[in-house]
Design a protein around this ligand. Structure first.
Ligand SMILES: [Zn+2]
Length: 465
């Protein structure tokens, strides 16, 4: 075993031992999961309530005053308030739904129902993977149905009222069906492999599973633009020779960005919110620009937005995020095995206990254990969210600095573009610090403008020396 793997292994062992003791204890796991779900909801609600008064402030922040005339400001405040209240109501529903399904042992019921389906079709014996797939199907169906009224309200009432919804009801329904099919096409083999690896490798599954997860993500990067995205959106190559295309190609070649495809996407089919992004393998990248962004901004501004995006690429931000994510997944998966062999965990949620003479290595059903185990991690996940937002914000500042560093009038163009997008999207203007730290992966616009001004001031200082 390599020294790195050896160290990881020792570390894993160190925290699995106390965890094993905890997992075997006769705690009331169901009460703990219910308590953590409730506590987590109270925490999120308090953060949101702390933010609410910001939607009643009478005037925009000084730095954005010129861009928000009174009626635009009023629209932005009312849009922000509507979204916050929606989140509040949906959160309350979520905790009620989660609480009820725990209280009434929905997981155990679905697990039994999945076994019933198998028996009905004449398949008996131990078919954990097939049973898990049906189990996951039942849970997905339930959560899709209960989420439906919320999704419908969000698109056709909330977004509609503020002028952002461009989706027809037909698109809404076909999107739902397509997502379900895509989810099944990728989810079923994924789940089968995921469970197969854990079953096959026993307690030492973690490394194999991580290798598989990484490979699966890479496959998705390749397949997403080829197979999935065309189902939902139309990508049109930007017209060769158009001034915007020439500009972006110039920028890419100046930065040695391996631009392979440059598309415009019909985001306007669903919403008038705007965006741009890149993705792909290291040697072949795609840039995708929303038609709404092109319609709302000048060519110079779109170029500045892409300069920021290519800053992320140049500083390997996606790779760094992927690495952080791997560590997160490693810790998650490593703390899971003790619960698989626990004799108290699943029975607490209404599952039948393993027979008393079952060998110690006999594991509980993997998927229900994994899903319920994650409920215990909610407090850690909240902390993780603060930490991840801190990282992505630092990346945003770096990408802005990268664009500004390209010289010329890039700073002005980026500032104009971001401000314009903020106005068009009616983005929130006053943000509570705690709300921002928990919910915002990006710094607020005034924060970004201030940081860019500082960079410019520094540059001027250097010139004078
Ligand atoms: Zn960014």
């Amino acid at each position: 075993m390599s020294p790195i793997l050896g160290n990881l292994h020792a570390m894993q062992f160190n925290f699995q031992l106390p965890l094993a003791r905890i997992a075997q204890s006769a705690y009331d796991w169901k009460a703990i999961a219910l308590g953590l779900t409730a506590a987590s909801s109270v925490f999120e609600t308090l953060i949101l309530i702390k933010q609410l008064p910001n939607y009643s402030k009478p005037a925009p922040p000084p730095s954005l005053k010129d861009h928000f005339p009174p009626d635009t400001y009023a629209k932005s405040q009312s849009y922000g308030r509507a979204k916050a209240l929606f989140t509040l109501a949906k959160g309350a529903w979520g905790v009620l739904e989660g609480g009820l399904s725990l209280y009434f042992d929905l997981f155990a019921w679905s697990w039994g129902a999945a076994a019933g389906v198998l028996t009905y079709f004449g398949y008996g014996g131990d078919r954990e993977i097939a049973q898990s797939i049906i189990f996951a199907g039942i849970l997905t169906l339930i959560s899709t149905v209960t989420a439906l009224p919320w999704d419908y309200y969000y698109a056709f009432v909330l977004e509609e009222a503020h002028g952002f919804n461009k989706m027809t009801r037909l698109t809404f329904v076909t999107d739902l069906l397509k997502s379900f099919l895509v989810g099944a096409a990728f989810g079923v083999p994924f789940l089968a492999a995921f469970l197969g690896i854990i079953r096959h490798f026993g307690q030492s599954f973690v490394y194999y599973l991580m290798g598989f997860l990484l490979a699966f993500q890479l496959i998705l990067v390749v397949l997403y633009p080829l197979v999935i995205q065309p189902l939902f959106n139309k990508l049109t190559p930007l017209e060769v020779g158009s001034s915007l295309r020439t500009r972006i190609e110039g920028l890419a070649s100046r930065l040695r960005f391996p631009l392979k495809h440059l598309y415009q996407i019909d985001g306007s089919k669903r919403s008038s919110h705007s965006n741009a992004y890149f993705y792909g393998l290291p040697w072949s990248k795609h840039i995708v620009i929303f038609d709404t962004l092109i319609a709302q901004s000048s060519d110079e501004e779109v170029e500045a937005v892409l300069a920021h995006e290519l800053g992320h690429w140049s500083m390997s931000h996606p790779t760094k995020l992927l690495l952080i994510n791997q560590v997160h997944v490693f810790l998650l998966l490593s703390s899971f095995p003790p619960f698989l062999t626990s004799r108290t965990f699943l029975p607490s949620f209404g599952f039948p206990a393993l027979p008393a003479d079952a060998p110690f290595t006999r594991t509980a059903p993997i998927l229900p254990t994994f899903l319920l185990f994650q409920l215990l991690l909610q407090p850690i996940e909240h902390v993780m969210q603060f930490a991840m937002n801190a990282v992505t914000r630092a990346f945003e500042y770096q990408a802005d600095a990268f664009a500004v560093g390209l010289g010329g009038d890039f700073r002005q163009r980026l500032a104009d573009a971001l401000t314009k997008l903020h106005v068009k999207n009616l983005s929130t203007l006053h943000v509570d610090w705690l709300y921002s730290a928990y919910h915002y992966s990006h710094p607020t616009l005034p924060e970004r403008l201030k940081a860019m001004d500082k960079l410019e001031a520094k540059k001027d200082e250097k010139k004078e020396l």
